[in-house]
Design a protein. Structure first.
Length: 139
């Protein structure tokens, strides 16, 4: 809808319209550039330590913790060498937190285990009152 007004001389003139076509063109060019570049970006990958049940396979830590949690490739969980379910893990962690409140848990997560198991263990650790967690990765 165009409005015509008369200026002080009496001539009709149009109100200026804003042309946003160049702005839209620039946005589309940037969007296309991101779509083309996204597959070319290289993501960093972190290799997780293997949580082996074999006692000969040990990882020497600079700061070993009194609380070590292992998530094995079959998604089984051990806490300080004792098998645990997600329900019993909370009780075990609460007991360790009560007896040794300064301990920081160390989580060894097998790279073939599900991420959901890691998330469940991490949530259980937080529910037990721990504020920090060490995740042990391969050197």
């Amino acid at each position: 809808m165009r409005r015509h007004r008369k200026n002080h001389i009496g001539e009709a003139f149009q109100e200026p319209n804003i042309n946003i076509t160049p702005l839209i063109d620039v946005v589309f060019v940037i969007l296309i550039a991101f779509i083309v570049m996204a597959p070319l970006l290289e993501l960093d990958r972190i290799q997780l330590a293997s949580a082996s049940k074999n006692p000969l396979h040990t990882i020497h830590l600079q700061d070993p913790s009194a609380l070590q949690i292992h998530v094995h490739k079959d998604n089984s969980i051990t806490c300080n060498g004792r098998f645990a379910t997600p329900a019993t893990l909370l009780a075990m962690l609460c007991e360790v937190k009560r007896t040794n409140p300064q301990v920081r848990p160390q989580l060894f997560h097998d790279k073939k285990a599900y991420f959901g198991t890691y998330q469940s263990v991490k949530n259980t650790i937080e529910a037990a009152g721990f504020e920090q967690l060490d995740i042990v990765l391969m050197p």
